[in-house]
Design a protein around this ligand. Structure first.
Ligand code: AMP
Length: 441
């Protein structure tokens, strides 16, 4: 299947070819014809699958083909949960519409609203926005949503997780009843289904192949290590492995700051990105990371949601997330668009239950290893209430591994820190679990 066969206009094909895409991804093959037909589409797809082009290309095609307006009202609204994702989607919209008479802009909080208001006054066809700033500017009459023909809810599950349901409902009350609605979500919780039922008209369900080539390229690896040794191990892995671009996840904002400082002290350039950082600091950190002037980006789940950093080779879970679905989102930062990548988790004694929950969600075991010089000494009994570690002797229970039997006999199974080729597991990134909000992120 080619983009041309999907029925997209020449101007769009030209932009797509300029981006270097040769063939549509599976989600694009499925979603593009439906969106072109004007259908409501409920798509299960994560970042990394090419979903942005999946909705943007046909949206642009239809908007350009049916333009009856002299002044430009907002005809398409794309809502995203985070500022970074909004900026990214906008960047895509801009690139894909390069050869069309379509204007677009992006608005999000944390930065001066005045320039945003100026651009809106000049008229845009497509607005990409985070909910808060959108409603804020609507309140100030800086924009009107009364002519919206297409509404896209991107990463809808994360929007609900972040408590945007009320805002979404408010937005829905401001757009026309008759419109095309496209809802993208990595997971399909009860809440998402309910939302879809309420706001969509006979939606067609589209799923990205769970076993698509992109997902297959993520290699998962877990290393069991004492909590107090994580910094040392991480610094060793980054330095000796000569890792050039690493996205690291921590559970808390403080944890992200602390780790960032430790890495910098070890001579590894790093920046943190989380909700307590100003938008300018976040943008600067992300830009530095993408340009390779910063080697490590330390992020919390919410801040990193939806980040698209092409060819990101390493994602590290410095701490495992307590919400299993977040693991899926995190590892989705690597192995994007057919590139291969490695997702590494550092698992200390008290995180073993998290690992087990993640494995349950994935429906597969993640093989764990213990590295030479980092043998376990911390006892689970010290760091966790006894009730959660039945049957787990010192660091040897649930070490998940079909392939690594030796470990169960007292964690003597070690391998070299730089020997990253062993004990790996592949997975698809599909997930069906609900995510819950976590205030600390
Ligand atoms: P997304 O899932 O929309 O965040 O896209 C993930 C990455 O895949 C982005 O860097 C896109 O530029 C890239 N991409 C999207 N569609 C294609 C395609 N058909 N072929 C190759 N790369 C693509």
């Amino acid at each position: 299947m080619t983009f041309k066969e999907l029925g997209l206009s020449e101007a769009i094909l030209k932009a797509v070819s300029k981006k270097g895409y040769t063939n549509p991804s599976p989600i694009q093959e499925k979603a593009i014809p439906l969106v072109l037909q004007g259908k409501d589409v409920l798509a299960s797809a994560q970042t990394g699958t090419g979903k942005t082009a999946g909705f943007t290309l046909p949206m642009l095609h239809n908007l350009a083909a049916h333009n009856k307006w002299k002044r430009r009202p907002i005809r398409a609204l794309v809502l995203t949960p985070t500022r970074e994702l909004a900026a990214q989607v906008y960047e895509n919209v801009r690139e894909y519409s390069e050869y069309l008479d379509i204007r677009s802009t992006v608005i999000f909080g944390g930065v001066n609203a005045k320039p945003q208001m100026r651009t809106l006054r000049e008229g845009v066809d497509i607005l990409v926005a985070t909910p808060g700033r959108l409603l804020d500017l609507e309140n100030q009459n800086a924009l009107s949503l009364g002519k919206v023909e297409i509404l896209v809810l991107d990463e809808a599950d994360r929007m609900l997780d972040m408590g945007f349901l009320r805002d979404i409902k408010k937005v829905l009350s401001l757009v026309p009843r008759e419109k095309q609605t496209l809802l993208f979500s990595a997971t399909f919780s009860k809440e998402i289904k309910e939302l879809a039922n309420n706001i969509m008209f006979r939606p067609v369900l589209v799923e990205a192949e769970p076993e698509n080539s992109t997902a297959e390229k993520v290699i998962q690896r877990a290393i069991r290590v004492d909590k107090g040794k994580k910094n040392e191990l991480l610094i060793k892995l980054i330095s000796e492995g000569n890792w050039k671009q690493v996205l690291i996840f921590t559970r808390t904002k403080h944890g992200a700051n602390r780790l960032c400082e430790k890495l910098k002290k070890a001579g590894i350039s790093a920046a943190a990105i989380h909700g307590n950082k100003s938008q300018n600091a976040r943008t600067k950190a992300l830009e530095g990371f993408k340009k390779n002037s910063i080697r490590v980006l330390v992020a919390t789940d919410i801040a990193a949601r939806g980040l698209d950093i092409p060819l990101l080779p390493h994602v590290v879970n410095y701490e495992l997330p307590n919400i299993p679905a977040d693991y899926v989102h995190r590892i989705g930062r690597t192995g994007r668009a057919g590139a291969s990548g490695e997702a590494l988790s550092l698992v200390c004694a008290e995180e073993r239950d998290y690992l087990r929950d993640i494995e349950k969600l994935l429906g597969e075991k993640i093989v764990t290893e213990i590295l030479e010089g980092f043998e376990l000494t911390e006892s689970l009994a010290i760091s966790k209430p006894a009730s959660r570690q039945q049957g787990g002797g010192r660091g040897n229970s649930r070490n998940s591994g079909g392939g690594n039997k030796k470990k169960s006999s007292g964690n003597r199974n070690t391998s070299n820190a730089t020997n990253s080729g062993r004990n790996r597991s592949r997975t698809s990134r599909s997930s069906n679990s609900n995510s819950k909000n976590s205030n600390r992120r």
